[in-house]
Design a protein around this ligand. Structure first.
Ligand code: SIN
Length: 306
């Protein structure tokens, strides 16, 4: 059977549905190039902000049996420095035919719009609005991350740039379908679901929180069932495509995410555990899974669980 792994996401043609999700593995130019070489169909750069941010002190990223817990605090050099640093990598990825998504975080709709306009200077294929970082000292589902805040931010960015926009949502909300629908109505072209889930670990020997920031965001295997449920709910609520993220480490995980309704699958923590080549391996294994189970296209898998 001929298998076609290609997908179209917000007008962007991808060779296969396996993307590198935003994270510490895509913070620098060399890291972005490594995950592209590792076989990602597109790469989401680590979130950038208007001003430089040092992030939270270590320990700020720990692994445990169920995955990882991070409280990095959005460390980044700030948009102006980042644009200069990123220019050469943007050219490399263009030569290699790998789309690049730029993730931005801001505190207000106007700041989101300004930041997105600046990010547009490197002509990314898509701008991801990070409306869901759990490590900034306030609940990501309030302020700019509330359903209404997300709608205002999306509308402001929609008015400022012509590029496709995806809005990255927190799983820590009672009705993620409604949040996604408001983002869609405000002009989003896609939804990225989900960011990490607020969580904590405690060192039983010392009685102290394991992270300096005390709490952090849960990712990896423990997040997978949460992410699947969120993508299932969102894809029933909106018509725009969903990038499913959360605990994706194997082709079977990816197949389940597509069956939940995703159009593409973001891999994150597994890059940290297994290296960038895990991306190409998941894509190859997904091809074999589809051949073995008689799915000729990704569309044949999408939403199968509905
Ligand atoms: C962080 O840098 O704290 C994690 C990024 C995020 O959760 O959006």
């Amino acid at each position: 059977m001929d298998i076609d792994l290609g997908v179209t996401l917000a007008g962007i043609r991808l060779d296969h549905p396996i993307l590198a999700a935003c994270g510490p593995w895509t913070a620098t130019g060399p890291e972005i190039q490594a995950v592209a070489k590792g076989g990602a169909a597109a790469v989401t750069a680590k979130t950038v902000t208007s001003e430089p941010r040092a992030g939270h002190p270590a320990p700020n990223y720990i692994t445990w049996d169920g995955g990882a817990l991070n409280a990095l605090g959005l460390p980044n050099p700030g948009i102006h420095h980042w644009l200069t640093e990123f220019a050469a990598t943007r050219e490399r990825l263009r030569e290699w035919g790998v789309p690049v998504f730029v993730s931005v975080y801001a505190e207000s709709p106007q700041e989101f719009a300004t930041l997105a306009s600046l990010a547009a200077q490197v002509a990314p294929d898509l701008i991801e609005l990070n409306a869901s970082c759990p490590n900034l000292g306030h609940d990501p589902t309030t302020g700019a991350g509330s359903a209404e805040g997300i709608a205002f931010a999306t509308a402001a960015v929609r008015a400022a740039v012509r590029l496709p926009i995806s809005v990255k949502l927190s799983p820590n909300t009672s009705d993620i379908g409604r949040v996604a629908r408001l983002a869609e109505e405000a002009g989003a072209d896609a939804i990225t679901a989900v960011n990490t889930l607020p969580a904590m670990l405690i060192d039983a020997d010392t009685g102290r929180p394991a992270l300096t920031n005390r709490t952090g965001g849960l990712s990896g295997a423990a997040l997978k069932p949460v992410a699947l449920r969120c993508v299932y709910d969102i894809s029933r609520a909106v018509a725009i495509p969903v990038i499913g993220v959360g605990g994706m480490a194997t082709a079977r995980d990816a197949a389940e995410m597509l069956m939940a309704g995703a159009t593409a699958v973001g891999v994150g923590t597994a890059i940290d555990s297994h290296g960038p080549r895990v991306l190409g391996r998941i894509a190859l294994d997904l091809h074999d899974f589809m051949a073995a189970h008689g799915y000729p296209t990704v569309a044949a898998l999408r939403g199968k669980a509905h």
